[in-house]
Design a protein around this ligand. Sequence first.
Ligand SMILES: C[S@@+](CC[C@H](N)C(=O)[O-])C[C@H]1O[C@@H](n2cnc3c(N)ncnc32)[C@H](O)[C@@H]1O
Length: 430
Amino acid sequence: MSARALSARLAYLVVEKSNSLSQLLDQELVNCPAKDRALAQEISYGIIRLLPRLDFWARQLMDKPLKGKYRQGHFLILAGLYQLFYMRIPAHAAVGETVQASRELKLGNFSKLFNGVLRQADRQRESLLEQLAQQPTLQACHPNWLIEKIQAHYPVEATTILQANNERAPMWLRVNQQHYTRDEYQQLLAENELEAQASDLAPQALRLENPVNVHRLPGFETGSVSVQDAAAQMAAQLLDAQPGEVILDACAAPGGKTCHLLECQPTLQLTAIDIDEHRLQRVRENLARLQLNADVLAADASQPEQWAQQPFDRILLDAPCSATGVIRRHPDIKWLRRADDITSLAHLQWQILNALWQWLKPGGTLLYATCSILKEENSQQISRFLTETADAQLLAIHDDETVQQPGWQILPGQQQMDGFYYARLFKRPA
Ligand SMILES: C[S@@+](CC[C@H](N)C(=O)[O-])C[C@H]1O[C@@H](n2cnc3c(N)ncnc32)[C@H](O)[C@@H]1O
């Protein structure tokens, strides 16, 4: 399938059928010629990132939208508009190739319509852009419920957060310190004509100036380097596991943090659990590539009495969450999440946190983490936990933390990192 046809199909499956974009890409990108895959990816991400704007233009340009069994045609128009307005593809090629793709989607009967709409869009470029500027909600390109939540939680930073969510995320690497120091690996990258900058916060993190296929990274196959955002890399440093300790990585899949913990401390007795057996396979693959060992177990973190054998010195709880901190990497979150999800996720996080606390040794540390920016899942959760749990004490990461405002909230785009939340909890000995 051509890049245009595939991207229209994928965007349709995400927006109208609630599929995850990254899963679809894993399954369907192979159907596209290798040379066109990057383009298919760029256009499908673009449509999903900027959906309300493209929809708005389609409404201006058409008498009525395509519906029912022709619905994929609507997304093909959005694919055309994205190319015309946001890519450096000459207009005649963007229009011609998009119209051509209609036949692959069995929408050849509409080719005249597609051609007309896209040519008109190109002719009316200035006025379409002007109309957009007059509609502030179309700048944000988020669902209203999420805009309102972000504005309520972050009255000062809201606009910056919404903008950062619509940016393309950089590619961050984690250098395996068992193989190279970060400086050595940065030098190795330079020798391979890959430029990278070191993070000020995460000691093993390097940010590539330009994203590349992982197979171009020296030593990737042999485990010298992994791809992981710098914010996610803070987990290992904050958990601060010591040699030989008994560690639980609850909610571990796909295993980015599991592997990082073991790279930093290879002698840990680490148990990595996740409820999703399919996703656990990724943990096993990552451990194998990096030649690391952990007990990997399909289990429910909210029911540790069913599988835990002994209490843990430290627990990493990277809780299931709304993923509102990683929208720039996964723009489909904007359309897949519903406002109600937040309450049920917060409830699940609360249950897991309370259940695992019983399996933390007195004197032990639990690191609570989410890739969310919503306070219900983060500081409000931990504040309530500290108030209700007699033996829990906040181990502040920053000086300005209080029981009312605990934890460290990284906002998306800060120091070029994903949005993440961390809170460190100490269990007082009796
Ligand atoms: C944020 S992801 C974890 C990312 C992982 N820690 C990493 O760094 O690669 C959350 C994970 O929680 C898992 N999960 C959801 N509910 C769970 C439960 N009740 N028990 C254990 N794992 C659960 C999901 O399957 C998902 O893999």
